[in-house]
Design a protein around this ligand. Structure first.
Ligand SMILES: C[S@@+](CC[C@H](N)C(=O)[O-])C[C@H]1O[C@@H](n2cnc3c(N)ncnc32)[C@H](O)[C@@H]1O
Length: 375
């Protein structure tokens, strides 16, 4: 059986390289290995530059118009909702092996110092986003794509208000985990098709969920969200995006095998979409995903035996390859991680980051008198 699988792996290498590109073929050739991959060799293979010709082909073949066509057709062949389950419902215990122990965030943390642990980085990120959400007890708050309840937990720790906190996810395993661990209000609901009562939420946030929303559904969703927040409320949107309209060649295998049906927009498309929907970007920041991905990779590799017992060799190998490939995509700046605060264009007062509040607005440096004199 193993010999047959190995033969198939070899036989598919050349046709997949020609049809879908060498990065696609490389991803499958490695991840279909019937033996567990060696973590160090795999990391080197996917993250370190190869010879310049092969490197060029890895990034640029198939050509951009074909990649765009692929990105348009492929998601239509896959059931988007099933795709979420395929990725998130494989095993809560498997994700526990490599996500941070305190919150189980499955999104980019903030390493403020190279020596930070994954737990510290995810706490920094949680606090950064907490500042953006600025929750108050009594605020009605909705988490779109709430994962294993990480940010709900952080908000609850801060406000102590459970009643008004809600989360939507499409993963039954995530909901089961949250029900058993925290008892937060979480519903299995598709954020794309859900109805949102007008002006019913003070804060709505999404941390790493919009990547799963089809591009042609972004505007209708943004319009629903713009109507759903109160004029005094705001949205927090943490997402990664591609830098060009065509998907990077190295994304194709991930879209086929890891996140079935994923469809990324560019950051310009995000800004245009939200502005068209009646929102304004009141804050934006860029964050480095690479240290988080590397920390997940190292933890997964360190738990190879348990991981294989839980999900099998093929899935273990697939996650090693996808994490290493994702690191390289961010390193090459083919992908970018951003956070936005979005307010309604008819908001009565502009949203102000805590950094600009009156108490912190005094300049620590005396401005030179000449600059202050009227011309
Ligand atoms: C990358 S995880 C992020 C989870 C969490 N926000 C975090 O920071 O750890 C993406 C989440 O979005 C959810 N999701 C994706 N598409 C969705 C949809 N259309 N409706 C509801 N949830 C969705 C998934 O179930 C998953 O919980």
């Amino acid at each position: 059986m193993k010999a047959l699988l190995e033969l198939k792996r070899l036989a598919l290498l050349a046709p997949e390289a020609v049809l879908c590109g060498p990065s696609y073929a490389q991803f499958f050739f490695w991840s279909r290995n019937t033996r567990p991959l060696d973590a160090e060799t795999t990391w080197q293979q996917f993250t370190q530059p190869q010879n310049p010709y092969y490197e060029w082909a890895l990034r640029h073949y198939p050509p951009a118009p074909i990649r765009r066509l692929w990105a348009t057709i492929y998601p239509k062949l896959r059931d988007r909702v099933k795709g979420i389950s395929t990725h998130y419902d494989i095993s809560n215990d498997f994700y526990k092996l490599f996500l941070d122990q305190d919150y189980a965030f499955y999104t980019c943390g903030d390493f403020l110092d190279p020596d930070d642990s994954l737990e510290m980085a995810q706490k920094h990120k949680a606090d950064f986003i907490l500042n953006l959400i600025a929750p108050r007890p009594g605020d009605r708050i909705l988490d779109l794509g709430c994962g294993w309840g990480a940010m709900l937990k952080r908000i609850y720790q801060y406000t102590g208000d459970r009643e008004n906190l809600w989360g939507y996810t499409l993963s039954v395993e995530q909901k089961r985990f949250i029900d058993e661990t925290y008892g937060f209000n979480v519903e299995i609901k598709d954020v794309v098709t859900a109805d949102y009562a007008p002006a019913s939420w003070d804060k709505i946030y999404s941390i790493g969920c919009m990547e799963h929303v089809p591009k042609d559904q972004l505007l209708p969703l943004a319009q629903k969200l713009a109507a759903a927040i109160k004029p005094t409320g705001h949205l927090v949107h943490h997402f990664f995006c591609q830098m060009t309209p065509s998907p990077p060649a190295k994304m194709l295998a991930g879209g086929a095998d890891v996140f079935p049906g994923i469809e990324l927009a560019t950051w310009q498309q995000h800004v245009d979409t939200f502005e068209k929907a009646g929102l304004r970007v009141a804050h934006h920041s860029i964050h480095d995903y690479r240290p988080t991905i590397k920390a997940w990779y190292d933890r997964l590799a360190a738990h190879q035996t348990e991981a294989i017992q839980l999900v099998g060799v093929r899935t273990y190998n697939r996650y090693l390859c996808y994490l290493a490939e994702a690191w390289r995509l961010f390193d090459d700046r083919d992908l970018l991680l951003m956070r936005f605060v979005l307010t309604r264009q008819d908001a009565p007062t502009p949203w102000l980051s805590a950094l600009y509040r009156a108490e912190s607005r005094e300049s620590p440096v005396e401005a030179p008198a000449a600059v202050l004199q009227a011309v």
